[in-house]
Ligand binder design. Sequence first.
Ligand code: SF4
Length: 381
Amino acid sequence: MPGIYIHIPFCKKKCSYCDFFSITDLQGVERFVRSLSKEIDLYSTQLNSKPLVNTVFLGGGTPSLLKTIQLESIFNKLKQYYQFNDELEYTIECNPGTIDKQKLSEYKSLGVNRLSIGIQSLIPKELGFLGRIHNPEEALNAITTGREAGFDNISTDIIFSLPGQKVSDIQYTLENLLEYKPNHISAYNLTFEKGTPLFNRMQSGKVHRNDDETDAEIFEYVSDKLAYSGYEQYEVSNFAFDGKKCRHNLNYWNGGEYFAFGPSAHGFVNGTRYWNHRNLKKYFMMIDDNSLPVEGSEVLTKRQMLEERIMLGLRCEGLNPEKLNSEFEIDLLSLNQELINNLVNEKLMENGNQKLRLTRKGYLLSDEIITKICAGLSNFK
Ligand code: SF4
């Protein structure tokens, strides 16, 4: 069952590491909401039925900058063209510093049932380094406020391996966060994306990336700590209590379809990947012109689809070789027999119960392992 992703391209302030498309001039929010509604109208001509949707995810940017009435108009517009599963997972990303109990209660009454809160760190110096708008207390209060507003499915994001970070630093953040028992935690290694202020500071020698050993040491600590605290690591960077895995992301990782709206949003429908312009002026212009704001699209070849399934499967809950074999008419295991045997012997991979799955040690080397497995498919077109 497909999902819907909506990109809300506004933030109060740009974080130093952020490569997502967003702007800090909030004057265009109202116009954006109108254009988004029109984009949903324009896209509806491509639908030949009213698709049943399993998840809606508002990401950004900072969707929690939206007023309730704006969120309501977006949701009502979606309802015109899509049916929602009774068990719809409806997530909104929130930034501490942009929410209060009343706003979250109103979101809840509109059907939002999952919050994804950007905590990132609970150390003031680290939050300053990342350019976040909130302090640790505000970050933790956001979880409490979410609970008070009635949310029983709260995810939190943290970032680890900041330059110079030690295990004791991430331990401090995690131990304080775990007292609030978020239902889901996404833990990402800090990346230095080209074009961000953080990247520029690295280029000019003002900050230095941690070495691979430090990254690995901190990642292992995070994985162990969360496993010990009852979270299942169901993807390299994602940990959940029972029943609280993110269904929206699981759909991506399982190769499912998703519709996408808003500037820079990416969708995948009928084997075609498409992406919208990453520029608000262009987005407005095209919609005013009654055109979909699509910048590009590509029909995935069978080979691309297979590689994507291998990559997403191994980063996530594992691959079912039998299923892939019949879907793609290959023999995945014999094409990679020696490599897989070696990975199993080195305890980087488990092969059993019709599943090939990376171990925690294997997750650390996931990019390298996936590249090697895909290279083993060299004759597959
Ligand atoms: S709040 Fe989120 S989307 Fe906005 S700049 Fe910071 S990291 Fe990027």
